[in-house]
Write a protein that binds this ligand. Structure first.
Ligand code: NAD
Ligand code: DAU
Length: 358
């Protein structure tokens, strides 16, 4: 029996999930069912442009809710589930690890359990078509030295933060559901994303908005930690590519081959803002850079070797960092009402907790 041309997207009101849903509806036919708990990081405003689209259904709920998740599979009979929902911020995982285990490990297990029961109920053709795609991170591989080769799919797991450990736990459960039950899973491990709709607790939007307003730009430690930046649109195209062409049970690294030191990211943002929004009272925004106490256990360097997805599936990133960061800054400057909406009381409370006295 043919499955419905429907996909379930968990965490579709968050940064990457909402970019994925919007692009999917622009490109593909069929229904999208977004399941999101709307934590501090989830925002229905990200999906406002598809509010009236009959192909999109928003379900407000928790991935840990067994009955709700079982009902979604039964009602919608999807051809795939794309699992983005997570607690995603490393600094928050240091302050409150329990929530990370609950959502990232227990929530993923609940999705796997229900997906597996649904998949077993399908006929042979339905079972052949169905996919469980798990969106994960490069942080599961731990930290690289300056001359180490980039992470491949064979790099041993060595997660260092509670966030990374919880994502590693979820990856292992996905692997086990394929190995033990045959569930057709796919896992993607991606590097740092940036782009529209990113919550301003993460480095790029936090620095961008502080710099715009002439506030201090907090750089952890010596600012020489390295991240491998990928525009969110390229991450989403990688996920679509893996969904259509990836081999069940396999994992694919996704990255931009765009390693940068944090301090270079911060100065790039300062210089572009000075050009787009010069402000005589603020002056050169580089002067706002403030080195603060390091993140405990701060991983020094991440870098992704994306050879597998490039060679086997034909994916390549399209957006270079210089272009992507300028577009991202322009997006934030043109969407200040979105920014005002997400910088609620809860956001102010987080800034207070994380940066006061640092
Ligand atoms: P995000 O924090 O912006 O969004 C997470 C979304 O999940 C929010 O909409 C939130 O409301 C929802 N959510 C949280 N707990 C939930 C629950 N229990 N039930 C239902 N919904 C819940 O995260 P993001 O940056 O968009 O990351 C999405 C995924 O991609 C995560 O799995 C993350 O680990 C992974 N990832 C992120 C990056 C990055 O740079 N941001 C890079 C690689 C991988
Ligand atoms: O590598 C993929 C991961 O990238 C994702 O799995 C995570 O969900 C995502 O949050 C991101 O993790 P990072 O910890 O790398 O991202 P963050 O934006 O928090 O920090 C980027 C770098 O900037 C990191 O080295 C810490 C540093 N930093 C961050 C903040 C918030 C600062 O120097 N100052 C800051 O205020």
């Amino acid at each position: 029996m043919e499955l419905n041309n429907t996909v379930i997207v968990t965490g579709g009101a968050g940064f990457i999930g909402s970019n994925f849903v919007l692009e999917w509806l622009r490109r593909e036919g069929g229904q999208v069912v977004t399941l999101d708990k709307l934590t501090y990081a989830g925002n229905l405003g990200n999906l406002a442009s598809v509010d009236q689209d009959p192909r999109h259904l928003f379900v407000h709920g928790d991935i840990c809710d067994d009955e709700l998740v079982a009902g979604l599979f039964e009602t919608h009979r999807p051809r795939a589930i794309l699992h983005f929902a997570a607690e995603s911020h490393v600094d928050r995982s240091i302050k409150n690890p329990g929530e990370f285990v609950r959502t990232n490990v227990v929530g993923t297990l609940n999705l796997l359990k229900n997906a597996c029961a649904y998949w077993k109920s399908l006929d042979a053709e339905g079972q052949r078509q169905f996919r469980f795609l798990h969106v994960s991170t490069d942080e599961v591989y731990g930290s690289l030295g300056p001359d180490d080769p980039a992470f491949t799919e064979l790099t041993p797991y060595a997660p260092n933060s509670p966030y990374a450990a919880s994502k590693a736990g979820s990856d292992h459960l996905v692997r086990a559901y394929h190995h033990t039950f045959g569930l057709p899973t796919l896992t993607t491990n991606c590097s740092n994303n940036y782009g529209p709709f990113q919550f301003p607790e993460k480095l790029i939007p936090l620095v961008l908005l502080n710099a715009l307003e002439g506030k201090a730009l907090p750089v952890y430690g010596d600012g020489k930690n390295v991240r491998d930046w990928l525009h969110v649109q390229d991450h989403c195209s990688g996920i679509r590519c893996v969904l259509e062409k990836g081999a069940p049970g396999e994992t694919y690294n996704i990255g931009g081959r765009s390693e940068m030191k944090n301090i270079d990211v911060v100065t790039a943002i300062c210089d572009i803002l000075d050009e787009l929004r010069p402000d005589a009272k603020i002056g050169a925004r580089r002067s706002l850079i403030t080195y603060v106490t390091d993140r405990p256990g701060h991983d020094r360097r991440y870098a992704i070797d994306a050879t597998r997805i490039e060679a086997e599936l034909g994916w390549t990133p399209q957006m270079r960092f210089a272009e992507g960061i300028r577009k991202t800054i322009e997006w934030y400057l043109s969407n200040m009402s979105w920014v005002d909406g997400v910088r609620s009381g809860a956001y102010q409370e987080w800034l207070h907790q994380n940066y006061r006295g640092r």
